[in-house]
Design a protein around this ligand. Structure first.
Ligand SMILES: Cc1cc2nc3c(=O)[nH]c(=O)nc-3n(C[C@H](O)[C@H](O)[C@H](O)COP(=O)(O)O)c2cc1C
Length: 319
């Protein structure tokens, strides 16, 4: 494979990353052997994500796929994060270089890129084996983040209370609801209606975000859900990028062992519940996202904008 072919393949992998409301807030500039990853400011959600934190996490996930696809193809891929303080939206530069063999883990994870999808439907009650949980925790650690598994009724109960509180704040906010509706069923971006899950029946522990917001179908969800919170040391753009790398490694690791996952971002998005989450769960860092993990029917892949629409060649600056 040539460097050109590897980069093309890696960009196709990058755009399969998850992103908040499927906004796909990334742009790439390719000047071989370098690939620049830029934050697309026009796609940062002003209501749910005013600081761009979740957009940078999404870009971190795309960076993970980009790097992994190069490595799996037998190329070295070295990442320089936030290389230019004068250009804060240049999130990373990836240098693709002389070949070296992929490790078995890189090969296995790379195969999971096109199988991973957010699964918002109920999971069954089969417990997740401790060895799989340890693999998810280790995946976050490899990227220098922590995955805090809420494995006590008290921790899970506290999280669920804050989740309901934050979900209520967002549900009652017409501006939040309008933004959510604007990003539901968009075509090549936004969350397709078909990817939404049923509304958890009254009395369910977890409040799940509804795509579309007016969905009324109710179903029981898992009785004893498995929830984990991804935590970074700080809360800088570098931490957000790192959170994205860790989140994607966790999600792909879950896919490899047959687990599904969906997101429970509401308490991390609403400022006062984010603070409460940190204090009440005694987290030694900043919560960046929360995941529900379990066994379910595989979810379908959602659309993406084509690579050409998000890539510029040579020295052109992305508009
Ligand atoms: C930082 C971040 C936060 C997200 N938060 C939520 C959420 O709270 N609820 C939800 O259902 N999906 C959430 N998602 C999932 C996205 O909607 C999903 O990744 C996107 O629609 C693309 O679909 P896919 O993951 O199936 O490829 C989040 C994704 C990211 C990256």
């Amino acid at each position: 494979m040539t460097t050109t072919e590897v980069i093309e393949q890696a960009l196709r992998a990058a755009v399969r990353a998850p992103s908040v409301h499927n906004t796909q807030p990334w742009r790439f500039v390719v000047t071989q052997p370098l690939v620049e990853l830029h934050l697309d400011r026009d796609r940062v959600l002003p209501v749910v994500d005013p600081t761009g934190r979740e957009a940078r996490i999404s870009c971190g996930a795309a960076l993970f796929n980009l790097r992994l696809a190069c490595q799996a193809a037998g190329f070295a891929a070295v990442v320089d994060p936030l290389p230019d303080p004068a250009r804060p939206d240049l999130l990373a530069v990836l240098r693709v270089s002389a070949s070296r063999p992929a490790t078995p883990e890189q090969t296995t994870l790379a195969h999971a890129i096109t199988r991973r999808a957010t699964n918002r439907r109920p999971f069954n009650d089969r417990p997740v084996p401790p060895a799989h949980l340890r693999a998810l925790v280790r995946a976050a650690e490899v990227e220098r983040c922590h995955l805090v598994v809420l494995d006590t009724p008290k921790g899970l109960g506290t999280f669920a209370t804050l989740l309901r509180r934050a979900d209520h704040v967002q549900e009652q906010d017409p501006i939040f609801q309008r933004e959510l509706r604007d990003w539901t069923d968009g075509g090549a971006d936004g969350v397709p209606r078909a990817a939404g899950g049923p509304r958890p029946e009254v009395g369910s522990l977890l409040a799940l975000r509804q795509y579309p917001p007016e969905s009324t179908v109710e179903r029981p969800y898992e009785r004893d859900p498995l929830v984990a919170v991804l935590v970074t040391h700080g809360d800088t753009p570098r931490d957000h990028l790192r959170a994205g790398l860790a989140m994607q490694r966790v999600l792909l690791t879950a896919t490899v062992v047959g687990l599904s996952a969906s997101f429970l971002s509401q308490p991390v998005e609403v400022p006062h519940t984010r603070t409460a989450l940190r204090t009440l769960l005694d987290l030694s860092g900043q919560p960046q996202t929360a995941l529900r993990v379990g066994y379910g029917h595989p979810a379908a892949l959602t659309p993406r904008r084509p690579v050409d629409a998000v890539t510029t060649l040579g020295t052109e600056v992305p508009s």
